[in-house]
Design a binder for this molecule. Structure first.
Ligand code: C2E
Ligand code: CA
Ligand code: CA
Ligand code: CA
Length: 276
């Protein structure tokens, strides 16, 4: 009836209104989160496929929200990207990761451990003109050589624009290495890949986790492609022995996933992974 229709509209607009309200609230809180020291980096180990020893960690952001608890990146990174807060948050991440890595590398038990730290960048950060200088300043402040740092950009977010490619080159000139994240899920043309200064391809968990993909040879094809073009490879999302063995058999260089460890606070990484 007409009556019901009206109620539905009211219900819908009320729902929409409260969603907007929440979004505005979250955005305002996000603006304060850096100053209030509410972000935290978790770290997930990456192991060498042959020796299964630690060769890298990926920094993954968390937000310790006073009311809502521990928020995952999917809960706030999209909003940070839309509101451009990602520029400051992204800089905070770079600085924190450098500081943490520098602390670890000075520990006596880390003496014989050589590993890298990977930081996720949003494609929106490539519009931050001071980014490469900021990164270089952080590296200098903590005394870190570029070879210890990797920057990950997701394939689907990358813009094939002159400015984006320029910034990627500027970043790689600081000596850090660039990794293409979620490889296989986004970028349409493989022939375009060489335009970008990536050295590492992170094979998306979709190809690693679906047994159908393993059987169909898609994973094998992606690995062969990556290696033939000289990329180093990292397989992410490894949860089972079977997935691990499949990646090893395909000569993937590094492995990452819950089978080895979930992302964890810095202290836990130190206690469980940085021992002789
Ligand atoms: P990503 O870069 O692809 O990171 C891998 C995600 O997969 C992480 O989720 C990680 O916890 C999860 N993961 C790791 N191993 C496994 C596994 O074996 N199985 C499954 N099912 N999942 C696994 P997380 O931490 O929730 O991060 C989600 C995404 O948020 C990241 O995806 C990355 O794109 C983005 N992100 C994280 N930290 C940052 C950051 O500091 N800055 C920016 N711009 N984005 C970030
Ligand atoms: Ca990543
Ligand atoms: Ca990924
Ligand atoms: Ca992802």
């Amino acid at each position: 009836s007409k009556e019901l229709g009206k109620n539905q509209v009211q219900y819908y607009s009320h729902d929409f209104h409260s969603k907007m309200q929440k979004r505005i609230e979250l955005e305002n809180e996000l603006k304060l989160a850096i100053d209030q020291d509410e972000f935290k980096l978790f770290y997930q180990p990456q192991v060498d496929a042959k020796t299964e020893s630690l060769v890298g960690v990926e920094a993954l952001i968390r937000w310790e929200h006073k009311q809502r608890g521990l928020l995952l990146p999917d809960d706030f990174i999209p909003l940070a990207e839309e509101s451009h807060l990602i520029v400051d948050i992204g800089r905070w991440v770079i600085n924190k990761a450098c500081e943490q890595f520098s602390y670890w590398s000075k520990l006596p038990q880390a003496e014989n451990v050589t590993f890298t730290i990977a930081v996720n960048l949003s494609a929106k950060q490539l519009k931050d003109n001071g980014l490469a200088k900021y990164l270089a300043d952080c590296m200098a402040a903590y005394g870190l050589a570029g070879k210890y740092i990797e920057l990950e950009l997701t394939e689907s977010s990358l813009e094939d624009s002159f400015e984006a490619i320029e910034m990627l080159h500027e970043l790689s000139k600081t000596g850090v290495r660039l990794a293409l994240d979620d490889f296989g899920m986004g970028y349409s043309s493989l022939s375009q890949l060489k335009k970008f200064p990536f050295e590492i391809l992170k094979i998306d968990k979709y190809f690693v986790q679906d047994p159908g993909e393993i059987d169909s040879g898609l994973l094998a094809a992606i690995c062969a492609f990556a290696h033939s073009l000289g990329y180093e490879t990292v397989a992410e999302g490894i949860e089972t022995q079977e997935q691990k063995e499949a990646c090893k058999a395909l000569n993937v260089d590094r492995l990452q996933g819950f089978l080895f460890a979930k992302p964890m606070p810095a202290e836990e990484l130190k206690n469980n992974w940085l021992t002789h």
